[in-house]
Design a protein around this ligand. Structure first.
Ligand code: ACO
Length: 333
């Protein structure tokens, strides 16, 4: 049995924060943000809108487009670093219940911006082992809830949103997800972290208001490791599968920074039309960024059945991953 990437869906909240808005909030300029990141705007969830609410909206689209009934889904995995509740319950269980799914296996994984590649890998393994047949994978983030809007080095980067896909069992090898690589190196943990609120922080630092679980990032150091790791990861997965860059129709990297994507694309000799770029519209939505980007090309009618996508992600942990994924869904009419 193989695993096929059957459908995609996404949800973007209504409210938009532009670079001009940030000029009024912190010491920054549209020019700095555009030149250093490529970001022009990002969407922000409403106060009463949760990560699971956004995940549900993306999942409803993905399930409808898969041709399956909700009752066919037998597992839900959610990649998020901004869950509805830290610790428990998992956002995946809330999504499953809000969708009205049967009492399925459901759990979250924490791999920051690499989260979506990780959940696709887990779904593939469950399906190939015969344990599950139709897995809903979700990447959903309300990063605005863990962003310090007084810190100009991070707040201009992040946005909210969700993406989801249905991965199904298939006997057709042509449809099969070819390969997925995932890795991590905790010795770089301090480059990108939410330092407070967990068992690693002192009890007297659990002051959510003062320190909270806000993200802290050593951006410049992270940048260099990101370019190096994203490039080497792709070189390796292509080599192991005897493919060259021309075999890839859509290179879908994690959307953190225009300059990172450009540097990796150039190093891999990808043509501009192969590289999917959405960072300008959504900013960095961590685990949601790759499925949101896939949904963009799907809704634009640019993603055709059988076309090979190369997913490539890098994030806090540090974590990284790449995946060779043919699109096995029906084309958008
Ligand atoms: N506006 C104006 N100036 C700023 C801003 C801002 N918003 N932010 C920082 N600066 C200043 C700095 O203070 C610094 O000033 P100095 O030279 O006087 O000290 C200067 O700009 C340069 O700062 P750098 O950090 O060196 O800028 P850089 O070119 O590296 O860009 C950025 C910063 C955009 C964060 C970049 O490093 C980056 O994208 N890093 C990687 C992010 C990433 O991929 N993360 C992993 C995924 S995210 C996840 O897993 C959740």
């Amino acid at each position: 049995m193989y695993a096929a990437f059957r459908s995609i869906g996404a949800y973007v909240p209504e409210k938009v924060l532009t670079n001009a808005d940030f000029e009024k909030m912190v010491d920054t300029t549209d020019d700095w943000i555009t030149k250093r990141t490529g970001i022009k705007e990002r969407h922000i969830a409403a106060d009463n809108e949760t990560t699971s609410d956004m995940g549900v909206k993306a999942a409803e689209k993905a399930i409808a487009r898969s041709g399956l009934e909700k009752s066919d889904i037998d597992m839900v995995i959610c990649a998020t670093i901004s869950p509805d509740y830290f610790c428990m319950p998992s956002t995946a269980t809330i999504i499953a219940t809000k969708l009205g799914l049967p009492k399925v296996t459901a759990f979250d994984i924490s791999a920051a911006c690499t989260g979506f590649v990780y959940v696709v890998a887990i779904a593939k393994a469950f399906i190939e082992s015969g344990m599950k047949k139709n897995v809903l994978v979700v990447g959903a983030e309300k990063l605005s809830a863990i962003t310090d809007y007084s810190d100009r080095t991070t707040c201009i980067l992040f946005g909210d949103g969700a993406g989801a896909a249905v991965i199904t069992a298939t006997e057709d090898k042509e449809e099969a997800i070819l390969d997925i690589h995932t890795g991590s190196d905790g010795s770089y943990a301090d480059l990108l972290m939410t330092p407070n609120g967990g068992s690693g922080s002192a009890h007297d630092s659990l002051d959510q208001e003062a320190a909270g679980c806000y993200m802290k990032m050593k951006g410049n150091e992270t940048f260099k490791v990101a370019v190096r790791t994203l490039t080497s990861d792709v070189v390796e997965i292509l080599k192991e599968n005897n493919l060259d860059a021309d075999a890839i129709t859509h290179f879908v990297p994690h959307q953190a920074n225009y300059r990172i994507i450009k540097a990796v694309g150039d190093a891999l000799k990808m043509r501009d039309e192969q590289v999917v770029m959405t960072v300008e519209k959504y900013g960095n939505t961590s685990g949601a960024s790759i499925p949101m980007a896939i949904n963009d090309i799907y809704e634009a009618g640019e993603l055709k059945t059988g076309e090979l996508m190369l997913l490539d992600a890098f994030g806090g942990g540090l974590t990284w991953g790449s995946a060779l994924v043919p699109f096995a869904g029906p084309v958008k009419k």
